[in-house]
Ligand binder design. Structure first.
Ligand code: ADP
Ligand code: MG
Length: 385
């Protein structure tokens, strides 16, 4: 596999010796369940066939040095100096993971340093979680190399802690769970309250379906502010309704909620409550009728994000509408919103047509050319060499 070969070769070029092993972890697509994770709800992502690989070599001292094909210079730090304040830039992800392993109970006082070289094919900043891919590949590599024996749910928490406390992004546990627990042709159905995870076969390939990703390349200026504002609305809604989190509200509570909340807060709440139900409906329908039957939930999820949660942008709406008009079984924006990618579930034979028509529609409106590719549900983090 090319990321792994490139990481092994890059390691030798940078550090002048051979690595002792290589590990990799995938990015993810969220099939359904958006802005539900921090409301204690349900998500259903899968690991994709774009991966981040890390080659590792041992050292005699207690220095960690990390280099990446994505960054011009290696960064190094003494293990005794690891702390959120001492780390910034891209190296906050891999070195933040080393710090977070210690926070979650690893005895880092008796381990030796390492050299790491990282290569990724996960598009960065496209909503496919290159951040979880780098965190999880490094977490698994250090766990195995240092003999820590952490299980995968704990390694997911390590990645999340690094992202929350060291990078400073208030994200949930979904991305790391998908990257660590994903399996080929399957999705990870995650209850974000109990953290129970179930691997559910998707069966796309067997049923002649492809999952098309349309990266709009739009990075909206509101991304972080909008995310925080939506979180705040959800918390305000839960407080006004006297519940711990929106997970505790159900479809038949919505009428009562409408009477108690202002219109905007109510629509934010309605998105979360209906989205949780759509995740459950998607999983049930997949089991009973197969992937060809889940389209209506994807379509409804998009409408809810566009109209109730108001996190879509014209490019995402255009990608979704064009895919639907050209035979997609279902389509929706995916990720936190205000830009990033849309996904469409498409019969294999229609993939070239959907691709062509989306490109044409973007060109006609004068939008920047999107990147369009298929994502195969793939195996989670693993040792490769
Ligand atoms: P996303 O997770 O949607 O791709 P994020 O902003 O969460 O976007 O994470 C992207 C950041 O993660 C990059 O800006 C960089 O700091 C870091 N990163 C991801 N992949 C790599 C890599 N291969 N090498 C170095 N840094 C990386
Ligand atoms: Mg990310």
């Amino acid at each position: 596999m090319s990321e792994v070969d490139d990481a092994m070769r890059g390691f030798a070029d940078w550090f002048g010796r051979r690595p002792i092993g290589a590990w990799s972890a995938p990015g993810r697509v969220n099939l359904i369940g958006e802005h539900t994770d921090y409301n204690d709800g349900f998500v259903f992502p899968f690991a994709i066939d774009h991966r981040t690989a890390v080659a590792l070599g041992d050292r005699d001292d207690r220095v960690i040095r990390v280099a990446s094909s994505f960054a011009p210079e290696p960064v190094e730090i003494h293990l005794d100096e690891l702390s959120p304040d001492a780390l910034d830039g891209w190296s906050a992800y891999p070195l933040g993971v080393a710090w977070a392993l210690g926070e979650l109970g690893a005895d880092l006082e008796h381990v030796r340093g390492v050299d790491l070289y990282i290569v990724s094919t996960v598009p960065i900043g496209a909503g496919l979680s290159s951040s979880a891919a780098i965190e999880c590949s490094v977490a698994l590599a250090l766990d195995e190399h240092w003999g820590l024996g952490f299980d995968r749910p704990t390694l997911a928490k390590v990645g999340q802690l690094a992202e929350n406390r060291v990078v400073g992004a208030p994200t949930g546990i979904m991305d790391q769970s998908a990257s660590l627990l994903g399996e080929a042709d399957a999705g990870v159905f995650l209850d974000c309250r109990s953290l129970d995870a179930e691997v559910i076969p998707l069966g796309f390939a067997a049923d002649g379906l492809s999952l098309v990703v349309i990266d709009t390349k739009v990075e909206h200026a509101h991304a972080s502010g909008g995310y925080a504002a939506r979180r705040a609305s959800c918390e305000a809604g839960a407080r006004a309704l006297g519940i711990d989190s929106l997970r505790d509200l159900h479809l038949d509570d919505l009428e009562r909620a409408a009477a108690l909340l202002d219109d905007e807060t109510f629509r934010r709440v309605r998105h979360v409550v209906t989205e949780d139900q759509r995740v459950l409906d998607t999983v049930r329908t997949l089991r009973e009728h197969g992937p060809g039957a889940i389209g209506p939930f994807l379509d409804a999820s998009h409408v809810s994000m566009r109209d109730d949660f108001e996190i879509s942008v014209p490019e995402l709406d255009l990608a979704v509408a064009t895919a639907q008009a050209n035979g997609a079984i279902g389509a929706r924006m995916t990720g936190g919103g205000f830009g990033g990618s849309a996904i469409a579930l498409v019969i294999d034979a229609l993939v070239p047509i959907v691709t062509r028509e989306v490109l044409a529609a973007f060109a006609e409106r004068g939008h920047r050319e999107p990147a369009i590719f298929t994502a195969r549900p793939s195996q989670g983090a693993r040792r490769d060499a």
